[in-house]
Write a new protein. Structure first.
Length: 200
């Protein structure tokens, strides 16, 4: 890890030297630990089945297994693995949590699929609670619409089967590590990069 500790105790006292220290620590820490943190959060999906025949961990592994066996690219397979990662801590908006984690590292199309997969899966159950099961059709025309349809129809939707030959996490862990080793696209990266360069 980088050496040094910033001197400021409140943000309005920060100097460019302080900021450079924070940036170095931030980048070094996440380069070493981000994938571990994501995988640890993924592990929290193990446990209660919540009325399904498999828990959310098994469901997610199944979804990724189907995507991989169907020839999806590696980034899409990781999105399939992590699409429900927020469910243990934010069940009402888990799509947003998963999308927030993946946003700096994936394409816009894959991000959109993760953000909207529940709208598409609602086709199978929304009408049971008085909602429009065809709500997803309002999204038709988006470049990733057909990809989302495939994601839910072929991978996410069928993946509640305790008899399926699910691939183990070790199959996907290297993919997760490669994804989170990418240079991220993020407001944080833009802000701290510009600040250090400008000397503000």
């Amino acid at each position: 890890m980088p050496r040094g500790t910033a001197n400021f105790t409140r943000m309005d006292a920060i100097t460019v030297e302080d900021w450079e220290i924070v940036v170095r620590h931030h980048e070094a820490h996440h380069a070493r630990h981000l994938a571990d943190e994501v995988l640890a959060l993924f592990g929290r999906l193990k446990g209660p089945k919540l009325g399904f025949q498999v828990d959310r961990h098994e469901h997610s592994l199944q979804t990724a297994s189907r995507a991989l066996r169907d020839g999806a690219d590696e980034e899409t397979v990781v999105c399939a693995l992590l699409h429900d990662i927020g469910d243990s801590i934010a069940p009402e908006n888990h799509c947003e949590i998963a999308a927030g984690i993946l946003r700096p590292y994936v394409t816009d199309d894959n991000l959109w699929v993760v953000e909207n997969h529940v709208v598409f899966s609602g086709y199978y159950f929304a009408h049971f609670v008085g909602r429009d099961r065809r709500e997803h059709e309002a999204l038709n025309g988006h470049p990733a619409y057909q990809k989302a349809m495939r994601f839910v129809r072929d991978w996410d939707g069928p993946s509640f089967d305790p008899g399926y030959d699910t691939l183990p996490l070790k199959t996907f862990e290297p993919m997760v590590r490669r994804l989170f080793a990418r240079e991220p696209r993020s407001a944080w990266r833009e802000i701290h990069g510009q600040s250090v360069a400008a000397g503000d």
